[in-house]
Design a protein around this ligand. Sequence first.
Ligand SMILES: O=C(O)CCC(=O)C1=CC=C[C@@H](O)[C@@H]1C(=O)O
Ligand SMILES: [Mg+2]
Length: 368
Amino acid sequence: MKIDEIIVYKINMRMKNPFTTSFGTEHDRLFLLVEVKNEDGLSGWGECTASESPLYIEEFTESSWIMLNKFLIPMILKKDIEHPDEVHELFSVFKRNHLAKSAIEGAVWDLYAKSKGISLSEALGGVKSSIEVGISLGIEEYIETLLENIREKTEEGYKRIKVKIKPGKDVEVIDKVREHFPDIPLMVDANSAYTLDDIETLKKLDPYNLMMIEQPLAAGDLIDHAKLQKEIKTPICLDESIHCYDDARKAIELGSGRIINLKIGRVGGLSEAKRIHDLCVQENIAMWCGGMLESGVGRAHNIAITSLANFTLPGDTAASSRYWEKDIIEPEVTVQDGILQVPTKPGIGYDVNRDELLKHTVEVKTFR
Ligand SMILES: O=C(O)CCC(=O)C1=CC=C[C@@H](O)[C@@H]1C(=O)O
Ligand SMILES: [Mg+2]
């Protein structure tokens, strides 16, 4: 399969509702889409999930734009590629920049699946035809707003509720949530807002029967998480500490957590995501697929990877309507009673709505 043409779109889309974490509040998503075309004119799509500012990870939309345009695209343009794993291999000469690498690699996976006439799920070795979906709820100024959001999403059928926490918005918030919803599958995500000095606060979360606490300590840390896990009963789930297979291997060896939130972009693409999945099967580590407030393109990739056997916990692959007035794919992603059907059409299984895409495009670059 020859990569004949690559197009990068810079897109600005307003979210339906602002999303607040311990880092701050996002109102808009400024992100990139990559379209790769082969000699037959077939298109594959990938999404770069970087944000406008480097708060979650060191990359940001402009840095990924430069990385793609200056280094990654020239490396694969006009190349003959037999299998998408080769893209990961080629890009490995450059350090990190995983979100940028993953955008092209994902587009090549989509193109590869389309050229074989199979779904991306099948190309990846997926075995599930439907997946369970959870939802991630941002920090709210008023507890009543959060309780209302939880009520609404629980009634819609989402299979687990994730609540963002930060120092000062933690134990009391969860106490209130449990008072109103004693039995829902509930977890929290701290986005690295605590240190080992907060161990007493984190211990206070133990009685609330949380499925897990996601990334309580610093991004990249494995050692302190291992110390913390020995002190608390609630399973730790790692997000910002897992950037590749070796991070996962070391985390498992050290006991830094019991669950992994796998984000395709953060680990540099689908090939690496698959390797981490297989490691977790071998090591009996539970996992789920995290979200990055993606458009339908990134969401479709998340759905495909979640169809692999070991994604046993509900992920953050909520419906398009959770994020957007109108998504840029057709049909939009819908969730029925917390269940999402994995598409069976070739590739990502959704069509990109080019009119909708162009409405939000602020810059385009074509490489031939
Ligand atoms: O619904 C989603 O896409 C998940 C949202 C979410 O929780 C996150 C999105 C982007 C960065 C982080 O703040 C974060 C996470 O940590 O999982
Ligand atoms: Mg997280």
